[in-house]
Write a protein that binds this ligand. Sequence first.
Ligand code: ADP
Length: 255
Amino acid sequence: MSVTAAQHAVSVEGVSKTYGGDQPVAALTDVSAWFARGTATAIMGPSGSGKSTLLHCAAGLDRPTAGRVRIGDTDLSALSEKQLTKLRRGRVGFVFQAFNLVGALTVEQNILLPARLAKRPPDPAWVDEVVERIGLRERLGHRPAQLSGGQQQRVAIARALVSRPEVIFCDEPTGALDTQTAAEVLALLRAVVDRAGQTVVMVTHDPVAASYADRVVVLADGRIVRDMPQPGVQRIAEQLAMLGPRPQPTVSWAG
Ligand code: ADP
């Protein structure tokens, strides 16, 4: 390997994840991927192909059955649950489809919540810059319910940025937004990468959203089947169409 793990924001090496039960499901099989600092990567693939599992393993939300995940040069498998929680609070940020803001708190309180939980007071100048960049200065005293979906997602992105995480993991960040609002949120994520040098890893099923990324990784049946630098909407859509939807298992309620 020509580059060391520390040059990557995240590295996933030989990761497999099997969910237990009577009929074990291999959600990921021997997946290796490296996410360079200061880039945005989209993870795509048919439903059930392992996208969420990969995101969760890469972010330290879930532990792989085999293989190694590193954030910077920290090997997550070597961390206790307590250390993992600390890492998730300080070194990674999350943006979810459902925004996950706290309804009883103001925009400002939501943005500062992870820093408060991590007992790491953020740099006020940086918070100010984030608020400016997200364009929410007039809304700091509002509650999430008073904001549009796009504004709520911008608050979630600000919240993820405040601790200056090494990587921001996004799970369908535009899944609940209309096309125009989605474009604004994606432009913001793009600016976060280009201007703040952040690293973004984003699961999406939307070729337009994926086209904002520097690279598109496609999963099928728990394996990486495509790894495309800046493929563009057309090519992404074609590649996904070739894979087709994965047939969903028939659920039997008998008995
Ligand atoms: P995707 O995000 O691409 O839709 P997932 O990562 O959610 O795919 O799931 C990959 C496979 O693992 C699927 O077959 C899914 O049913 C299975 N799976 C995901 N989470 C669990 C779980 N907690 N328990 C059992 N099986 C799971």
